[in-house]
Design a protein around this ligand. Structure first.
Ligand code: AMP
Ligand code: ZN
Length: 463
């Protein structure tokens, strides 16, 4: 049973979606005014593990990640460089995709939506809010009236009853103490503006995510994620404007990742205490070790980044891969050892149950480490068969769909393909060769070639 800690209720809750086995999930993506730092990347890795584990567990994930390519910071950057907004953001959008690819963060099956391509959707929500009297125009800008929304503060668990003064704020980000009517639309006349029914201007940050989330996932959807710094004001404001516009609950589960710290302080561009992926790779860091380091601390605990911890992560990743190579290369000739099969099942159960419990990655990994220890001892004692090694290898490949730490192939196999390979192996073992051949053909159509070796089937991707 899957359980996640929901920021909205501050409880670990059983995860139930609107449609059976389908998760509709929205992730706050990058603001593309600079290169991502590894704090941002920690958030994306947490979301990647979440996405991959849901798929591993048989869920279909419909997911949107926005690219904020217009806000105070991107405009300031474009003005400074004297180029168009698109020209300015293009470089950082490309760098973002390059970074996440290197960290083996999933890209396929995700809608990456750019704010600048969804202005009409934002305008229509703002129009509804104005018609209902929840938004008002002041000079040329439009603000959301937070006193109109009784639930304001329910996500951040802050009490705003004292500060509903009607004062408004234009900035996208601000301090809790200054919770004010926030800007939905900035009435501006410069080059970074759109001509729309609500006047010439450009959207505020919060309305961007609401419009893109509701467009692709519906007025109420299952899950919304981001870093803890997004809780207030960004997500609080999203809830207010969406729920007032639709009259429906916006999102059921809110999951937030804690910060990456450097010397106890949040890693951020404004503090200047940040590492980019590029800078670490230039110093010779291994991207898989960075991924490993960023995913092993529980996502709700702060993670203090040190270069020493990166060296430790590298050692562990190397050990993991050495083990995988060892079991691939070993050529034992002893009979099957049933205790290995049991250990594999136990490791897989630990892995699954730990991740089902609010994504406890380190406990999930501990299950696999225990298996490694057992297999290593059995190899040393010459008490392990080809079949056993194959079981352990298959398990490592299976969990790698979520973890993404096996090298060098970088090739992973989807859980349903692995299921088919296992099904075929069962058919073969029971002598049902016609089913086995049928499954082999299905796999071939899916681009997977099987080769039967003395230690069991091996797979290869075509082309
Ligand atoms: P931004 O590009 O600033 O909009 O941030 C993109 C994502 O990274 C958001 O989900 C942020 O909450 C998250 N984030 C920003 N700084 C950190 C940090 N130091 N640690 C973890 N996540 C962060
Ligand atoms: Zn957002």
């Amino acid at each position: 049973m899957l359980r996640f800690f929901n920021t909205l209720t501050r409880k670990k809750e059983v995860f139930e979606t609107i449609e059976d086995k389908i998760v509709k999930m929205y992730t706050c993506g990058p603001t593309v005014y600079d290169f991502a730092h590894i704090g941002n990347l920690r958030a994306y890795i947490f979301e990647d593990i979440l996405h991959r584990f849901l798929e591993y567990s048989g869920w279909t994930v419909k997911r949107v990640m926005n690219i904020t390519d217009i806000d105070d910071k991107t405009i300031a950057g474009a003005k400074k460089d004297g180029v168009s907004l698109n020209r300015f953001t293009e470089k950082y959008i490309n760098a973002f995709f390059e970074d996440i690819r290197k960290l083996r963060i999933k890209i396929d099956n995700i809608i990456f939506s750019r704010a600048t391509e969804h202005v009409p959707e934002m305008v229509s929500i703002i129009k509804i809010l104005m018609e209902k009297g929840y938004a008002y125009k002041k000079e040329n800008s439009i603000y959301f009236r937070i006193s109109a929304f009784p639930g304001y503060g329910k996500l951040s668990h802050l009490d705003f009853s004292e500060i509903k003064t009607g004062a408004s704020v234009d900035a996208d980000e601000y301090e809790k103490e200054s919770a004010r009517d926030f800007v939905l639309w900035k009435g501006e006349k410069d080059d970074f503006s759109w001509d729309t029914e609500i006047g010439r201007g450009r959207p505020g940050w919060h309305i961007e995510c609401s419009a893109m989330g509701m467009k692709y996932l519906g007025e109420t959807f299952d899950m919304h994620t981001g870093g803890v710094d997004n809780i207030f004001p960004h997500h609080e404001n999203e809830i207010a404007q969406c729920e007032m516009a639709t009259g429906k609950p916006f999102v059921r589960y809110w999951l937030h990742c804690e910060h990456l710290l450097v010397n106890g302080e949040k890693m951020s561009k404004s503090k200047g205490n940040f590492y980019t992926l590029h800078s670490l790779l230039e110093k010779g860091a291994d991207p898989v070790a960075i991924r490993y380091l960023l995913m092993t601390t529980h996502y709700r605990d702060p993670l203090n980044f040190t270069e020493k911890s990166l060296v430790q992560a590298k050692n562990t990743v190397d050990r993991w891969n050495d083990f995988y190579k060892r079991i691939k290369d070993a050529r034992p000739d002893v009979k099957k050892n049933d205790s290995i099969s049991k250990e594999c099942i136990k490791a897989e159960n630990t892995f699954r149950e730990a991740l089902e419990d609010d994504l406890n990655v380190s406990k999930a990994l501990a299950g696999i480490f225990e298996l490694m220890h057992f297999v290593n001892n059995s190899i040393a004692e010459n008490n392990i068969s080809h079949e056993n090694l194959n079981e352990a290898g298959n398990l490592l490949e299976k969990v790698d769909y979520v973890l993404q730490i096996l090298k060098p192939s970088g090739e992973t196999i989807e859980p349903e393909i692995l299921g088919l390979i296992e099904e075929r192996e069962q058919a073969r073992k029971t002598g049902d060769f016609s089913s086995a051949d049928k499954i082999r053909n299905i796999l071939r159509e899916k681009g997977i070639i099987l080769e039967d070796t003395p230690s069991g089937p091996r797979w290869k991707k075509t082309g």
